[in-house]
Design a protein around this ligand. Structure first.
Ligand code: NAP
Length: 267
């Protein structure tokens, strides 16, 4: 990776203690980046991500800093940005990955306001306003960045952004809203040389899907996913790594599907 300034590019990844966020952090470490490893509660898992990043890193100068913060809280988001800045020296890219599933799957007719509010707070409001905080920082700093193709924001959405699951509607709505946040931020920040891209995963093997493993095994065996397998944290990590490495220089507001072909309409 070419660099504009001498330090390693610094990336803030939310929800990087486990699952896709860990896969993303490790691939970014292998690319030569420093990573702020945000987590909600699980410090031991965040430390393990930091250890894996260190193992994958080509340079001793890269930094890996676990930072606890609830992305749904405004005070926590402000602290997250300032601790990422003090821990890494800069933020060159933001990966909005943290997200939650509903605690209980409930059909639309039984869905509760509490669950709706929780999902929208963490999955939509959090990444929208974290992006706003980072964008304000960047707009006040001028264009200098360690990424040769400029600063970037990547949103991890889901095939649920346009796939209706009636027993987890609040999750689908949070991800559909997030897909629009990508369009909005891409349009606002393009002229500032800041790319905004959406990585849209399909059915991925993480703690989030652990409770539904047998159900998805059966669906995948039945042909739901054309490539015939579960996605992995590394699949998501490689997609984000390609963007950060500058391999999509003439793209913004685009959706990069990481779903084994799930999105293809078939007859
Ligand atoms: P996961 O295994 O459940 O991990 C969730 C991560 O997010 C953990 O690091 C967790 O931290 C963190 N987190 C949870 N709530 C948070 C909060 N309020 N503030 C900050 N961090 C928080 O989930 P995953 O499967 O990797 O999912 C990652 C993203 O991909 C989510 O946005 C999800 O919607 C999306 N996605 C997942 C799939 C899938 O099939 N798994 C498919 C499409 C999209 P702690 O360890 O501290 O709890």
């Amino acid at each position: 990776m070419r660099r504009h300034v001498t330090r390693a590019p610094a990336v803030l990844v939310t929800g990087a203690s486990r699952g896709l966020g860990r896969g993303i952090a490790v691939e970014l470490a292998a690319e030569g980046c420093s990573v702020a490893i945000n987590y909600a509660r699980n410090r031991a898992a965040a430390d393990e991500t930091a250890r894996l990043c260190r193992k994958a890193a080509p340079s001793k100068g890269q930094r890996f800093v676990p930072i606890q913060a609830d992305v749904g809280s405004g005070a926590d988001r402000d602290r997250l940005v300032s601790e990422a800045l003090s821990g890494l020296g800069a933020i060159d890219a933001l990966v909005n990955n943290a997200g939650i599933a509903q605690r209980v799957r409930a059909n639309l007719v039984d869905a509760t306001e509490e669950s709706f509010e929780e999902l929208i707070r963490v999955n939509l409001k959090g990444p929208f306003f974290l992006t706003q905080a980072v964008a304000r920082l960047w707009l006040g700093q001028g264009a200098r960045s360690a990424l040769p193709t400029g600063r970037k924001v990547i949103f991890i959405t889901s095939v649920s952004a346009n796939t209706a699951s009636v027993d987890r509607g609040e999750y689908c709505m949070s991800k559909a809203g997030l897909a629009m946040a990508v369009q909005l931020w891409a349009a606002r920040l393009a002229a500032e040389n800041i790319q905004v891209l959406e990585v849209r995963p399909g059915i991925m093997a993480t703690d989030m899907t652990a409770a539904s493993r047998t159900k998805y095994d059966t669906l995948i065996a039945g042909g739901l996913v054309p490539q015939g397998r579960w996605g992995t944290p590394q699949d998501a990590g490689l997609a984000v790594r390609s963007i950060i490495a500058g391999h999509f220089p003439f793209s913004t507001g685009s959706v990069i599907e990481v779903d084994g072909g799930f999105h293809i309409r078939r007859l």
